[in-house]
Write a protein that binds this ligand. Structure first.
Ligand SMILES: C[S@@+](CC[C@H](N)C(=O)[O-])C[C@H]1O[C@@H](n2cnc3c(N)ncnc32)[C@H](O)[C@@H]1O
Length: 254
């Protein structure tokens, strides 16, 4: 099993996702610790941590963080922002291997939708359960069927911006959603300006799988988790037919 995604997009990923408020999201995680455990976990795994924005945010709040991601390019962005306290590991989450158990696992920004093979979601849930302390929380989000069917569809997007050195980038993103396989392919083309004012092009294909609420609930149950709540947003609001993302809180039963 080998993972080789998130290469071309890694250097511009944080700029494209600049609008995501990881601080409010971390507040939500801490509210979940309070609501469902009454105690703060010590060691937390940030699964598919990417460039480590949430990992770093939680580290700054005093948690011992382990960040795992399969993309060396995303992790090299994370390393350059590391506060020296986070342990980053380059691993395919389908073959997660930790040194011990953790008090909570987080997985942000639809990273689990990247598990497109049959049985892969259950396999990863099972590994997370394996490395969870008794009653540890597992907090994650996934893109909803509404988002795949009505938002992503066959739409395309353009992002333009500048990196931290003031060099321009341009990213074209074309979607193709196959409603039979429920796989959405994203075709990304990134053009990055270099110091000679030339644009270098890199292309990347990514795929996400659409999971229904029921499928996720059943995978959690089969792998030893108790579902504590599923929400439409980080304000604990109820899921409705236009929720674009589902936020899950589950507890490892042991
Ligand atoms: C949308 S990004 C989210 C990154 C980060 N959690 C965030 O909030 O910005 C998805 C991440 O999942 C990682 N990923 C996807 N499939 C993976 C796999 N099988 N094993 C490990 N990481 C994976 C990608 O490398 C990427 O960093």
């Amino acid at each position: 099993m080998s993972y080789n995604g998130y290469s071309a997009i890694a250097r511009v990923y944080d700029k494209i996702n600049e609008g995501i408020n990881y601080s409010s999201w971390a507040d939500f995680f801490e509210a979940c610790f309070e609501k469902y455990c009454g105690a703060k976990p010590e060691i937390i795994l940030d699964l598919a941590c990417g460039t480590g924005r949430m990992t770093l945010e939680m580290s700054r709040r005093g948690y011992d963080m382990i960040g795992v991601d399969g993309s060396i390019d995303m992790l090299s962005e994370a390393y350059s922002a590391n506060d020296g306290r986070v342990l980053y590991l380059c691993q395919d989450m389908r073959e997660l291997e930790l040194y011990g158990t953790v008090g909570a696992t987080l997985c942000c920004l639809d990273s689990l939708n990247y598990l497109i093979g049959d049985g892969e979601l259950e396999r990863v849930f099972s590994l997370v359960h394996n490395y969870s302390d008794p009653d540890a929380l597992f907090l994650f989000d996934m893109n909803s069927p509404y988002k795949f069917e009505e938002i992503y569809k066959d739409n395309s997007y353009i992002f333009e911006g500048e990196n931290d050195n003031g060099e321009a980038f341009f990213c074209g993103w074309q979607n193709f959603y196959d409603s039979e396989s429920r796989i959405c392919s994203f075709y990304l083309s990134v053009f990055e300006e270099n110091e000679n004012r030339e644009y270098i092009r890199e292309d990347e294909e990514q795929c996400e799988r659409c999971y229904t609420l029921k499928e996720v609930e059943s995978a959690l149950e089969k792998t030893g988790f108790e579902l504590l709540g599923a929400f439409s947003d980080i304000d604990f609001s109820e899921i409705n037919e236009t929720s674009e993302r589902f936020y899950f809180a589950a507890r490892a039963k042991k």
